[in-house]
Design a binder for this molecule. Structure first.
Ligand code: AHR
Length: 509
């Protein structure tokens, strides 16, 4: 191990050079019928001794409300392309049971369906992102679901919804046209799926005042060819050009982080320094991937009409020992928090095109916000990054650059050990700093140009080591604490401890 000497970094933030708005939907979430995300997670049922409202677990709702979560994607994931929404409406006891063939091959009782999901969104104060079934569904089935959810008046689906106890239509802003169509969503070619996406989207109508952003199922990681075909097929659609309406308004992609040996091959907590840095390099590579998708989209859509959405991101480790491997339950360490910090800096930089991102997944699955064990609830290190960063939601980008920082060669390339992004809203700037050194402090000097500023609050999140995590016995082992930071002569000075994520809130004059 290298000696733990203090390093230094230099950065600049132009407080008066604003850019694009950072959509709050970049802080979106994902809840799939997978393992203990929905059942024994969000949903405990009305008869549970765990405090709940209409079956939805209240301590989870309370924890997530503190994050201002902007949208929640449901019901999958791979599950979405096996899900038939009519199985999840009507009296719960009469709903059919189905096999969840993707995740643990367990039997699903459909007690959590459309009404329960929309109720959850209401409790969370979040927008719904419903992912429809292209893989094993029909166009009519999807069109009916949109009508059921969003139509007022006396249409057949609106009437059916009323029979099931909901008078008013819901607002559903986001609609997914299948998921991972290149894989679990149907093993389709890009060309075939692109045609299907266009067809399905055509029949997902805007009922009444509801406006759908229809999202085509996109590439895996840097499969730019998939994005190219989706964009070409979209832009060359004869009828769409004629009437000026694009059938889908966004294309997605998925990016899971590991240390380079593939998803599901390493432990969440048992990793060494080499794997730590490899993970950081993999997370940082998200920038190259987004840049690639954006370049393809720019070439077909120079006026930025179509958005890029990363509707699954996060770390993917081995399931914890003693748990069902199909349930993808993993611990969450400081390493995971730093992956989130790096990703958000990148998301902020591409705010022009990237308008939504959804971490996989919110509760008890993969890189979760909260882990539950019986009635205990644990906030993960990743949760704290979302909370510390929430001021970036709907704020304007600020020009922010790291000019000098320590770096480390990982896999033949230089990995800068300090990452930074900044935004401004209502005369308050928020700076986020992610420090990747496993063992050294780093003094940081940020030249604040353009406006006078004073520190309102600075916080730092770290742990004894990169492997530190929270559990029911130690809920606050990794939690934000105040950080010393001051502005003198237009420069912000602070010292970041090793493997740390920090935020600084500034009041601008
Ligand atoms: O998030 C878990 C799974 O990962 C999703 O169901 C699928 O879309 C992806 O492969």
């Amino acid at each position: 191990m290298a000696d733990a000497v203090t390093a230094s970094a230099r950065a600049v933030v132009d407080l008066d050079v604003t850019g694009h708005r950072i959509s709050r939907h970049i802080y979106g979430h994902f809840a799939e019928h997978l393992g203990r995300c929905i059942y024994d997670g969000f949903w405990v049922g009305e008869d549970s001794p765990i405090p709940n409202e209409r079956g939805i677990r209240l301590d989870i709702v309370e924890a997530l409300r503190a994050l201002d979560i902007p949208n929640l994607r449901w019901p999958g994931g791979c599950f979405a392309d096996t899900y038939h929404w009519r199985d999840g409406i009507g009296p719960r006891e009469q709903r059919p049971h189905i096999a969840n063939t993707n995740w643990g091959d367990v039997v699903e009782n459909n007690h959590f369906g459309t009404h329960e999901f929309m109720d959850l969104c209401d409790l969370l104060g979040t927008d719904a992102y419903v992912n429809g079934n292209v893989g094993s569904g029909t166009v009519q089935e999807m069109a009916d679901w949109v009508e059921y959810l969003t139509r007022d008046d006396d249409s057949p689906m609106a009437r059916l919804r009323r029979q099931n106890g909901r008078d008013e239509p819901w607002k559903v802003p986001f609609w997914g046209l299948g998921n991972e169509a290149w894989g679990c969503g149907g093993n389709m070619s890009a060309a075939h799926y692109a045609e299907e996406a266009r067809r399905y989207a055509t029949f997902c109508h805007n009922h009444g005042a509801n406006r759908l952003t229809r999202i085509a199922a996109g590439a895996n990681e840097d499969n730019l060819e998939w994005t190219r075909v989706l964009m070409k097929t979209l832009m060359e659609c004869h009828g769409c050009t004629l009437y000026g309406n694009l059938p889908y308004q966004a294309v997605s992609f998925h990016y899971y982080t590991h240390s380079g040996s593939g998803i599901n091959t390493e432990d969440a907590t048992g990793f060494d320094e080499k794997q730590f840095y490899e993970t950081m390099a993999y997370a940082a590579d998200m920038e190259r991937v987004i840049r690639g998708h954006v370049a393809v989209m720019d070439s077909y859509d120079p006026h930025n009409r179509v958005s890029l959405v990363c509707d699954e991101w996060g770390t993917w480790w081995n399931a914890e020992e003693g748990t069902n491997p199909g349930f993808l339950f993993q611990q969450n360490t400081v390493r995971d928090a730093l992956v989130a910090g790096l990703h958000f800096d990148i998301f902020h930089r591409y705010a022009r095109r990237l308008t939504m991102a959804n971490i996989a997944q919110t509760v008890n699955v993969l890189q979760a916000m909260v882990l539950t064990d019986g009635d205990a609830l644990v906030l993960t290190p990743t949760y704290h990054v979302f909370e510390m960063n929430k001021g970036h939601q709907d704020a304007e980008q600020l020009a922010a650059h790291v000019l000098e920082a320590p770096s480390r060669v990982v896999g033949g390339t230089d990995l800068p050990l300090v990452s930074l992004s900044a935004s401004v809203k209502d005369d308050r700037a928020l700076l986020s700093l992610t420090h990747l050194s496993a063992d050294a402090d780093c003094t940081v000097n940020v030249d604040l140009r353009g406006r006078d500023a004073r520190v309102l609050r600075a916080r730092v999140l770290t742990g004894e080591s990169t492997t530190s995590f929270n559990d029911a016995e130690n809920t606050d082992r990794v939690a934000p604490v105040p950080l010393e930071a001051s502005v003198r002569d237009g420069a912000l000075a602070l010292t970041l401890p090793p493997h740390a994520f920090a935020t600084v809130e500034l009041q601008l004059a």
